[in-house]
Design a binder for this molecule. Structure first.
Ligand code: C2E
Ligand code: MG
Ligand code: MG
Ligand code: MG
Length: 288
């Protein structure tokens, strides 16, 4: 067909397109299979730390894919593929079930852990999604008050009218809602005010830039201010240095998440940390 259409530009670009698309299609198929192989797909957990006292305020569940031939593939690559193909709906269910099973297990071990789970707009656009999530928690004996659902800002704003009723229902059932990657998208303040969202997660890019530039520092301060004015809890993601931690503490940001405190880890590794219950923030300061 390409031959009939002629045009050297077309023929020049086509092979490149094809190899990229082939990889995407192949990964999508392999991801589908990976869902039934617990050696390939698993959840890691990254602690969220209370910046006032180092207490572990909760954890975020992050998907990890260990591909049998290609090794670790980042969710930054495969989540967008799954969103395009629609596989994210099944994959998202898989994540919910695994996270709730883990919470149930931890509960039996005497730990009560608040778990944040990333949820995509495609999942939220599904019929009766709020009832589905609630019924999963009931089946696995998980209290929705310990479950936080993270939705990225743009995902949310682009589908607001259809998603809002679902969010309202989820909130009524006791789930906590969070806006992820906050600041990178386009929420208007009036919409933000009316959203049933309790937590704002400041995107890592702001945390990185805050120490480089006075204006960026003021921007972070303003974001935290808006959060507090609207009575939301503010979390900073991607804290890597003691200086970043100190600045966010000083600006009154409640919680932090980042490699300075802990990287995402397996459930077993996390249990050792949960036994301690907190991360020693003064030892982090000393690293400065
Ligand atoms: P996110 O939800 O914003 O998650 C935070 C990301 O920042 C994670 O990347 C985490 O490992 C990384 N991170 C945390 N602290 C630091 C730090 O100090 N420095 C740096 N450089 N990075 C840090 P990860 O695990 O690669 O996930 C990337 C994105 O993929 C997530 O961003 C989320 O949007 C998506 N994702 C991951 N798991 C799921 C899932 O189960 N469902 C859905 N829908 N999306 C997921
Ligand atoms: Mg997240
Ligand atoms: Mg985030
Ligand atoms: Mg982010």
């Amino acid at each position: 067909i390409a031959k009939d259409e002629g045009g050297s530009c077309f023929r020049f670009f086509q092979p490149i397109m094809t190899s990229k698309m082939t990889r995407r299609i192949k990964l999508d198929q392999e991801l589908r299979l990976a869902m039934s192989d617990c050696a390939q797909l698993m959840l890691f957990y990254q602690p969220k730390v209370d910046l006032r006292d180092g207490r572990i305020a909760g954890v975020e569940a992050l998907l990890r894919w260990h591909h049998p031939q290609q090794g670790m593939i980042s969710p930054a690559e495969f989540i967008p593929i799954a969103e395009d193909s629609g596989l994210i709906v099944e994959l998202g269910d898989w994540v919910l079930v695994r996270a709730f099973e883990q919470m149930s297990w931890w509960q039996q071990q005497g730990f009560t852990v608040d778990v944040a789970i990333n949820i995509s707009a495609k999942q939220l656009l599904r019929r009766n999604i709020s009832e589905r999530v609630l019924s999963l928690t009931q089946q696995l004996e998980v209290d929705p008050r310990h479950v936080q659902l993270e939705i990225t800002e743009n995902n949310l704003m682009d589908n607001m009218s259809r998603i809002l009723p679902q969010l309202q229902a989820l909130q009524q059932y006791g789930f906590t809602l969070a806006i992820d990657d906050f600041g990178t998208g386009h929420s208007s303040l009036s919409r933000l005010r009316d959203l049933p969202v309790k937590v704002l997660k400041i995107d890592r890019s702001f945390v990185i830039n805050a120490l480089r530039d006075q204006k960026d520092e003021q921007l972070v301060e303003a974001i935290i201010g808006i959060g507090h004015t609207l009575n939301r809890t503010v979390i900073a993601e991607g804290i890597e240095t003691p200086e970043q931690m100190a600045l966010l503490q000083q600006l009154g940001c409640e919680e932090g998440q980042g490699f300075l405190f802990a990287k995402p880890m397996s459930a077993e590794q996390l249990e050792a940390l949960l036994h301690k219950g907190r991360i020693d923030l003064s030892s982090k300061e000393e690293m400065a």
